[in-house]
Design a protein around this ligand. Structure first.
Ligand code: BGC
Length: 357
């Protein structure tokens, strides 16, 4: 048997074994806005939002079958952790003690390892209140899972409000000091036509500095001014406007795949991070977060991916605005700390707020 065929039959077996355990949860408000989430990876598999004429369309990328998330390589719609983004050499010191994390990148650790939270079955508890409803997903990550110390109890709460906000509340506790940096990895396409590219979406990011990367896409440690660079999104501009410009940083990551330091975000209060609009459908998404950075990823590595409704996803079929701490923070002492101490509670909130104009 060829290596590839072995891989495929393993994946098939894995999918069959887990199929009965994967469940979908639908939350809908009176406007017709509807979010469908899976207990596998806490993945948001669909998000139906109205355009300016009142037509509902699905504005997030997703797979045709719920078991396809088992073999996903792109973190489509999932929660990423324990540490979203990259950690150099897969090594960290916590309280001066070295920990070796799984090496699932080229020497580096990425998105929580081989089986990060995106590959975990969460327990799920739906809830309904007066003006909002949602689901609380829970997962207990064992001590030393993917190399991280401490048993981590994670709660991710998705709420859909009557005013079309998708709220994400993360809460975590640990039995030993550990690292945490969580994000939601939805790929948005506000056009509602997932076969279209997102180049024409207008984007504004509340950021004056971004984090340049080396050839492995690890931060160099510098906070570079966006002034006079393709990374200047202080005023609205289309995602496609500067993306093809000759620029070392853009060529390393084949487009935008960079963390932006959020202005005024020092206290962990909920602040506006970014706004995206699609002129044609009038859909507008505002992103609010308590996190100090947003990682803007323009879907550069999507290629020939089998998506929902027979659509193939390619580069820039969707974009991610991943709210989080800075990448590789444990190895850069001037970056905000990502250590979660035993006995403390980790809290983080991000809101994706939808409207039309
Ligand atoms: C990373 C990309 C990566 C993508 C899918 C993003 O968050 O920054 O480099 O290709 O996730 O794995």
């Amino acid at each position: 048997m060829e290596v590839n065929t072995i891989g495929q039959s393993l994946a098939k077996k894995q999918k069959e074994e887990i199929a009965d355990k994967i469940k979908l949860f639908t939350i809908e408000n009176d406007n017709g806005t509807k979010l469908v989430a899976s207990n596998y990876g806490a993945a948001v598999v669909s998000l139906f939002v109205k355009d300016k004429s009142g037509n509902l369309s699905d504005i997030v990328l997703g797979y045709p079958q719920i078991t396809d998330y088992v073999t996903d390589d792109f973190y489509v719609g999932t929660v990423v952790g324990r540490y979203a983004n990259r950690i150099a050499d897969s090594k960290v010191l916590i309280n001066e003690r070295p920990f070796h994390l799984s090496v699932n990148g080229e020497g580096y650790h990425q998105h929580g390892g081989f089986e990060g939270f995106n590959k975990k079955l969460f327990s799920a508890e739906p809830f309904k209140k007066d003006k909002e409803s949602g689901i609380v997903f829970t997962y207990i990550s064992p001590h030393l899972e993917e190399g991280y110390p401490g048993e981590l109890t994670l709660e991710v709460k998705y709420t859909l409000t009557d005013n079309d906000q998708w709220k994400i509340d993360y809460k975590a506790t640990t039995t030993q000091d550990t690292l945490i940096n969580l994000t939601q990895h939805a790929y948005f396409n506000l056009s509602g036509d997932l076969s279209k590219r997102v180049d024409e979406h207008d984007l504004k990011i509340n950021s004056e500095y971004y984090l340049p990367v080396n050839k492995f896409q690890l931060p160099t440690g510098e906070l570079a001014s966006v002034d006079n660079t393709p990374f200047d999104f202080r005023q609205f501009k289309t995602i496609g406007k500067d993306i093809e410009k000759k620029d070392e940083q853009l060529s390393i990551s084949k487009g935008y795949d960079h963390s932006f330091v959020l202005k005024d975000q020092t206290s962990g209060e909920l602040k506006l991070a970014a706004i995206v609009t699609d002129k044609i459908t009038g859909r507008k998404m505002e992103v609010y977060t308590t996190e100090p950075a947003v990682h803007f990823y323009s879907g550069n590595f999507l290629h020939n991916v089998n998506g929902k409704d027979g659509v193939k996803y390619n580069e820039r079929s969707g974009f991610c605005l991943e709210t989080q701490h800075y990448p590789d923070a444990p190895n850069h002492h001037h970056f905000p700390s990502t250590v979660l101490k035993a006995g403390k509670i980790f809290n983080s909130q991000t809101i994706f707020s939808f409207s039309t104009e």
